[in-house]
Design a protein around this ligand. Structure first.
Ligand code: F6R
Length: 637
């Protein structure tokens, strides 16, 4: 490791490798596993792997499957032990971890099924203790775990070792944390359906593995990764106990690494090159840390906070303050489509061409109004040609009771007006819903109906923003229609659908999200589809004059230093946006966001986020607005 790299990692208590993306990390870890499997096969010995479920390891499993099918990697000498299982779920339950492992890995490789162990979730309460002891014993009899793969929960859990789990803990029955259950709510189609208990290997079991790789992707994991890697070991964050492991490596993508000191505050751990970007990040951080507005920062503030170099190179403080003040001031515009006939040298968007063709990409209905409802309203009012494209139907997020209500309405209308065919169709839908059980897959007809419900909500929401239904496009990207959470696969047909849309609209500006999200999440997949489609449009004329603006995504917002365009909203515009969000009836119980936002409903959360950004601008000494929506310009390279 290079010397300065070591210097920058001085606060890190666990070896952490930051990869450009999850794919590269998965390839590295898969290679490590494959090498061990091959070496042991040559010695006629077995390899014992500890495996995890969840979104995180899916890319790793796909790479192992690829190695099996394309490179002939055999798993005949492999024994596996999974970390955990929901208590009460049998192996045929769609959300059981046994089923997950069969679908994501075991059924695609030549592992002996009797050697692929997952804790038994159906064991009776009385027998759990003994069954857990047997699991521990089986691991030992197999020779102990050679390589343990882990993901990490936002509570800092590994396996299902929630806060409070000690370093000695072994396989046992545990109660799931509220945040963990909320994170699983999408898979279970509602938080109420998520089991309250699970069987998990203990922290002690995990620490006994000879080698541990913890994987983490996306900005949603950034905070817990920083706390785990740089914080004191504590049973409030069980993953911190990995600090005591001799051979533990964290493999993370850039988004998950973004709150490590070496990335978030590099000037605190070593000399940095004071680029515009680093200077901006550091001074905005300094203002927040000292609680001062930009123009009130003084030499001591810089000197006492690791920024003496900056002062020497580019000081005095007041000059730096003014530069930063102006830079931040210039991010603010009430004209997200550019202000016609205005000097645009210090405006975030160009004045020409005007009006612009503005394409808003919304991974699911709701993301648009939730994240940039005020901006859409402005773009439209200013005469730009606004089109909102819903990339996926969002049908998977419609709870069954809402679908049932719609079916009953359909049947009621049909019977009271004597439309026999429609009534018959309604009865068929009702049947489909009744027979699928609590966690069964929706039939195609039910998925269609749920998509129709979300389209209706999108139409009434966008009407609040002043849009006509003709401005809305429902792409129904096939990856979503053919998949289920964690089982989405992008194909050419998805890219082609997006290419067709882009060539039809020929946008001057695109508003999109998904960059830096968990790679298997719907926004991240939608973003990947966009980037691959733009790549295919390389030769088109319209792309030469097209800017891409990123919005952060529901429940989150850009850090101040990332903001390239800040669009202020009046109190009335904020109320209007909230009305728009409120139209998404089926989503009213969904609460994206962090644990401290748990008590807020969707529309209040949006209100809080946008007014929070306005407060930050105010505290920096800029104008005091009611609310601000913000965007980061994406470099198309
Ligand atoms: C899964 C497990 C959990 C997950 C964690 C992260 O077997 O033990 O600790 O690794 O909840 O889940 P994802 O990967 O879905 O973010």
């Amino acid at each position: 490791m290079k010397k300065e790299a070591f210097e920058f990692c001085q606060k890190e208590r666990i070896g952490t490798t930051v990869y450009a993306g999850a794919k590269a990390a998965c390839q590295d870890v898969a290679k490590e596993i494959a090498d061990l499997i091959r070496t042991r096969a040559n010695e006629n010995r077995e390899v014992v792997l500890g495996l995890a479920t969840g979104s995180t390891p899916v890319g790793l499993y796909r790479e192992l499957i690829r190695m099996h099918t394309e490179e002939g990697l055999s798993f005949a000498n492999v024994v596996t032990f999974n970390l955990d299982e929901y208590f009460g779920l049998g192996g045929d339950h769609p959300e059981s971890y046994r089923k997950f492992m069969n679908e994501q890995l075991f059924s695609h490789i030549d592992i002996d099924p009797t050697k692929a162990h997952v804790p038994d979730g159906t064991i009776s309460r009385d027998d759990v203790f003994e069954s857990c002891q047997n699991y521990e014993q089986a691991i030992q009899e197999a020779g102990g775990i050679d390589i343990q793969i882990l993901g990490i929960g936002r509570t800092g859990h590994i396996g299902f070792n929630e806060p409070g789990s000690g370093p000695e803990s072994l396989t046992r029955l545990v109660t799931l944390d509220g945040l963990t259950r909320r994170d699983a709510a999408r898979d279970f189609l509602g938080e109420g359906n998520v089991p309250r208990h699970a069987i998990t290997m203990g922290v002690g079991t995990i620490l006994s593995a000879r080698k541990v790789y913890l994987l983490a992707w996306g900005e949603g994991k950034a905070s817990i990764i920083a706390k785990t890697v740089e914080g004191e070991p504590t049973d409030n964050i069980p993953a911190t106990f990995l600090q005591s492991h001799k051979a533990c490596t964290f493999c993370v993508d850039q988004a998950a690494a973004s709150q490590l000191t070496r990335i978030s505050h590099p000037w605190l751990v070593g000399p940095v090159e004071w680029t515009t970007e680093t200077t901006r990040k550091a001074i905005l951080w300094l203002a927040r840390k000292t609680g001062k507005s930009l123009l009130k920062l003084v030499e001591e503030d810089y000197n006492e906070n690791g920024m003496a170099d900056l002062l020497l190179e580019q000081g005095p403080a007041y000059g730096l303050n003014i530069r930063l003040f102006n830079l931040t001031q210039h991010t603010i515009t009430g004209w997200p489509g550019g202000k016609p006939n205005a000097d645009d040298t210090s405006r975030p968007e160009r004045a020409e061409p005007t009006p612009k063709r503005s394409l808003i990409l919304s991974p699911e209905p709701l993301d648009d109004v939730y994240c940039l409802g005020g901006t859409i309203h402005r773009l439209n009012t200013h005469g730009n040609e606004v089109a909102v494209a819903y990339q996926t139907s969002g049908d998977l997020a419609v709870p069954d009771p809402e679908a049932r209500q719609a079916i009953e309405m359909l049947i009621d209308v049909a019977t009271s007006r004597g439309h026999a065919d429609e009534e018959k169709y309604g009865r068929r839908l009702e049947d489909d819903l009744n027979t699928k059980g609590n966690f069964g897959f929706d039939s195609e007809n039910i998925r269609h109906l749920k998509g129709v419900i979300r389209r209706g909500e999108a139409r009434s929401s966008s009407r609040t923003l002043g849009l006509e239904p003709i401005q809305l496009k429902f792409l129904n990207l096939p990856f979503y229609q053919k998949g289920r959470y964690r089982n989405f696969v992008i194909r050419d047909e998805d890219i082609d659908t997006m290419v067709n849309l882009l060539n039809e609209v020929e946008p001057h500006q695109i508003f999109a999200t998904g960059h830096g999200h968990d790679p298997l999440s719907v926004p991240a997949l939608c973003f990947e589809v966009l980037i691959r489609a733009l790549e295919k449009c390389r030769e088109t004329d319209w792309l030469k004059d097209c800017w891409v603006w990123l919005y952060r995504g529901p429940g989150t917002e850009w850090d101040a230093h990332d903001i390239d365009m800040a669009v202020p909203l009046s109190p009335g515009e904020l109320d209007n946006k909230v009305q728009g969000i409120y139209q998404h009836q089926t989503q009213r119980s969904q609460q994206p966001g962090s644990s401290d936002q748990r008590s807020l409903n969707l529309w209040n959360l949006a209100r809080e986020i946008n007014s929070g950004t306005a407060e930050i601008y105010d505290s920096l000494g800029l104008a005091e607005y009611a609310a601000i929506e913000c965007f980061k310009r994406h470099d198309l390279g």
